[in-house]
Structures are given as structure tokens and as C-alpha cells.
Design a protein around this ligand. Structure first.
Ligand code: NAD
Length: 433
């Protein structure tokens, strides 16, 4: 199948690589010329575990190409996948549809022969209708079906999730579009459920799922706060809860708040849609508020540890919104750092993959370090804000020698709490009194 993917970011690129690996002829198209130039040279533009090998292999096999030209790619495509961003509107927080509109208008001009346009971007309900209308307006004779094909990959596990999806949701209104998407996902036929629903249901499934997961995170964070006052241990509590198959063990890990490009914007977009439709979505609204408070609370806990220090230095481990990715968008770590900077705390920062993206946001406001131990040297507090595996192997004995004061704010349950205590650290962790 000839496929063009419009938008070559955290979703478009791994999807393109995965579909090329299945033998399709895939072109990843983007308006960002620098990005495409880099990709054409065989250089990756994002960090994702396991991506590089398949990326290189499929370029060499000529199954994966890159372009900035709609004119060159669209006419020959059987399938066009929209994977452009849908960021939050700066004021209303609804999903900003400008990239979807621009891309739809542009692709419509070049459609030739029967084409399925699949929307993989996370979009408000009825966007399928809107895209169909744009296409029909620009190109009234276009033979096209618009499909909703939401993406559920987790950043950091994008490749793993592409090849092992829990389910594939297809919102299609015609038989021929269902057939084409069915053919595309033949390799998954015996692996997972492919659920065919209406476009509106498919669009809603994506938001409803993300809002639910965000709520689950906020819930376990609230339970962690409760454990800190009650004497219970959140890890024991979460394990006990997770053994109930109705609850499930995943997403029951306390942390400094959810972040990334999906949960913050998707919860806000869902809340906006609720207001727009006159529906009370108070659980989602409480989740959004709770998550905002959480990050302020985390920063306060670190600030309390240096309240008696003049010109304090905090070593921060991790700026990506979670381990396994270089993505810093809406990272709780960055928001916590910003609060500390506003309180005149010096920050020494290390992240295994996200320093370049962090520099683009924080500039020279913090000191960037090339290793965790370099960041820790001379610090009054060590704050673990991202759950990178690399941090697990740090040695507490060595850390104690390097630090000015043996204090740890471990918001990712990185260290052995009892060992840290026995070595004389003051350690604040989540969900343990
Ligand atoms: P991204 O910002 O990493 O990538 C979007 C790309 O689209 C950019 O490279 C941009 O240059 C390009 N683009 C914008 N307008 C364009 C146009 N008119 N023509 C061609 N290219 C254009 O975004 P992302 O993280 O890949 O997310 C894409 C969509 O997928 C969003 O709707 C997001 O909510 C959804 N999603 C993201 C994830 C995730 O984990 N990141 C997971 C599931 C769904």
C-alpha cells in the first residue's frame, strides 16, 4: 500500500517506520524543512527506544522516504494519515485545529483516485465531518473516505506499542474504507481486537481513554498524599488495588503529576467539549486542577528542604516528562524547576536524552550537566523528577560524598528508601510517611 503520513513528529515518525516495516511504501511528509532534511540524511529527529534500527533499515530498503511536497506524495497514495499536532488553544484550551485544517486543505488539492484520509491526530468529536467538508469544498470531485484512526502509543514505548497494540480503533462510515484499513492492519488480525465504530465514537474513545488515565494518575497521587498522613505505604496499597482485575495494576504509580503532549491538553480539550455541549464533566475538571496543584506542591516540598540555606543548589535528575523520551512538553519537571528558579534556587540539571529540548525552553537559566554525578556535586538537595532507568544504578554512598547536604527529594521512587535512611540521608519520597 502507498501511504503518506502528514506530520512527522512523535506519532508520525514511529507510525511511518512501523508501517514501512510491514512492507508498505511510506512517505513521511512535514512542512518543517529542517526536520525533513535531517531525516533524509538518515538522522533521527526524536528519541524513541528501538526506533533507530528500523528507521535505518527501511530507508535502506527504500520503503521509507521523506518529503515536504504534497504535490509529489498525495496523488499516488492509497492512504493519507494525518498526524499533525493539535495543541491546546492558548486561551480556551480547546484543541487548536489550525494544522488539521491547513493539512486537509493542502492534501485535498492533490487527491487522485480513491483515497482514504485517516485522522490519527487527537481531534474533537465531529472533526471527521469537518475534514470531509474541507476536502469536498477544495476538491468537489475527490473520491475520498475520511476515517478516524486514533493513536494510543506511549512515548518512550512507541515502537513496542506500534507492534503490540492493546486494540485498534477504526471510526469509518463506509465499507470500502473499513476494508482498506482492515488490509493495512492484517498483521494485527490475530494479535488484538480491531474495533470498528462510528467516526464520532472513535474520536470520543481517544479523549475518554486519556482523560480516564489522567484521572487514575491523579487518584493514586491523592492516595499517596493520604498514605503520607495515615502511615500506610502507597506501593503496598497500589499493589493490593491493582490485583483487582476491575482496577488493573497499570498507572497506579505516584509521581510529580502527569505531563507530556497528551494528558494535559486532552483533559483540557475534553473539559472544553463538556462545557460546549452543556455536560458536567466535573471529574475531569477536578483532575486538571489537582494535577496543577500537585506540581506546586512538589516544588514546595523541595523548597522546604533548602529553606535554611543561603543561595541553595538543587541537583535535578530528569527534565523529560517521563523516562524513555526526550519530550519535555508539559513536563512536570520543568514546571517544578520554574517554581524553584522563581525562588532563587540554583539548578544543576541532568537528563540522559532531553537536554537539547530543555535548552530550547529554559535557555541559560539552569546549569546543564553531562552526568548525574556531575549534577549532584555540591548540591543541597537531589531531586529525582523523571523515571529514567539510568538513575536506578546511582550509588547512594557515592552521592553522599558528592553532596553538600545529604537530602533527597525522590518523586519517582528511584532509591531504596530504607538504605538511604540508614546511610543518613533525609529522604522525601511519595506515599510513605
Ligand atoms: P509533533 O508536534 O511531534 O508532530 C507534529 C508534526 O506535524 C510536526 O513535525 C509539524 O511540523 C507537522 N505539521 C504541522 N502542520 C503541518 C502541515 N500542515 N503539513 C505537514 N506537517 C505539518 O506532534 P505529535 O506528538 O506527533 O502528536 C501528533 C498528534 O497525535 C496530536 O494530535 C497528538 O495529540 C496525537 N497523539 C500524540 C501522542 C504522543 O504520545 N505524542 C500519542 C497519541 C496521539
Amino acid at each position: 500500500m502507498k501511504i503518506t503520513i502528514i506530520g512527522t513528529g512523535y506519532v508520525g515518525l514511529p507510525t511511518g517506520v512501523g508501517l514501512a516495516e510491514f512492507g508498505n511504501d511510506v512517505t513521511c511528509l512535514d512542512i518543517d524543512e529542517k526536520k525533513i532534511e535531517k531525516l533524509k540524511k538518515g538522522e533521527l529527529t526524536i528519541y524513541e527506544a528501538g526506533l533507530e534500527e528500523l528507521f535505518t533499515k527501511n530507508i535502506q530498503n527504500k520503503k521509507l522516504t521523506f518529503s515536504t511536497s504534497f504535490k509529489e506524495c498525495i496523488p499516488d497514495s492509497d492512504l493519507v494519515i494525518l498526524a499533525v499536532g493539535t495543541p491546546p488553544h492558548p486561551i480556551t484550551k480547546e484543541a487548536d485545529m489550525r494544522y488539521i485544517k491547513q493539512a486537509s486543505e493542502e492534501l485535498a488539492k492533490h487527491l487522485a483516485g480513491y483515497t482514504v484520509v485517516a485522522i490519527k491526530s487527537t481531534v474533537p468529536v465531529n472533526t471527521g465531518d469537518a475534514v470531509e467538508n474541507i476536502i469536498k469544498k477544495v476538491n468537489p470531485t475527490a473520491d475520498v473516505d475520511v476515517v478516524s484512526l486514533p493513536e494510543f502509543l506511549r512515548e518512550g514505548f512507541a515502537v513496542e506499542d506500534f507492534f503490540n497494540p492493546d486494540r485498534i480503533i477504526v471510526g469509518a462510515n463506509t465499507t470500502r474504507a473499513r476494508e482498506l484499513i482492515g488490509n493495512l492492519y492484517t498483521p494485527f488480525k490475530d494479535k488484538c481486537t480491531i474495533l470498528y465504530v462510528s467516526r464520532q465514537s472513535s474520536e470520543t474513545i481517544k479523549y475518554a481513554s486519556n482523560a480516564f488515565l489522567a484521572m487514575k494518575i491523579q487518584y493514586i497521587n491523592e492516595m499517596a498524599d493520604f498514605c503520607e498522613t495515615s502511615g500506610a505505604n502507597i506501593y503496598e496499597v497500589a499493589k493490593g488495588m491493582g490485583l483487582d482485575s476491575r482496577i488493573g495494576a497499570k498507572f497506579l504509580v505516584p509521581g510529580p503529576g502527569y505531563g507530556g503532549f497528551c494528558f494535559p491538553k486532552d483533559t483540557c480539550a475534553m473539559a472544553y467539549m463538556g462545557k460546549f455541549n452543556g455536560v458536567d464533566l466535573s471529574l475531569i475538571e477536578a483532575t486538571i486542577k489537582g494535577n496543577e496543584k500537585r506540581k506546586i506542591n512538589m516544588a514546595k516540598r523541595i523548597l522546604d528542604m533548602v529553606s535554611d540555606v543561603k543561595n541553595p543548589t538543587v541537583a535535578v535528575l530528569g527534565s523529560a516528562f517521563k523516562g524513555g523520551t526526550d519530550d519535555c512538553r508539559e513536563s512536570p519537571a520543568l514546571q517544578i524547576i520554574e517554581i524553584m528558579l522563581a525562588h532563587d534556587v540554583n539548578i544543576k540539571l541532568y537528563d540522559p536524552e532531553a537536554l537539547e529540548n530543555t535548552k530550547a525552553i529554559l535557555g541559560d537559566m539552569v546549569t546543564y550537566c553531562s552526568s548525574a554525578y556531575e549534577a549532584i556535586g555540591g548540591a543541597d538537595v537531589l531531586a529525582v523528577l523523571t523515571d529514567w532507568n539510568e538513575f536506578k544504578s546511582l550509588e547512594l554512598e557515592k552521592i553522599k560524598i558528592l553532596m553538600k547536604r545529604p537530602q533527597i527529594a525522590d518523586f519517582r521512587n528511584n532509591f531504596d528508601y530504607n538504605l538511604a535512611k540508614s546511610l543518613g540521608f533525609e529522604i522525601k519520597t511519595l506515599g510513605i510517611k
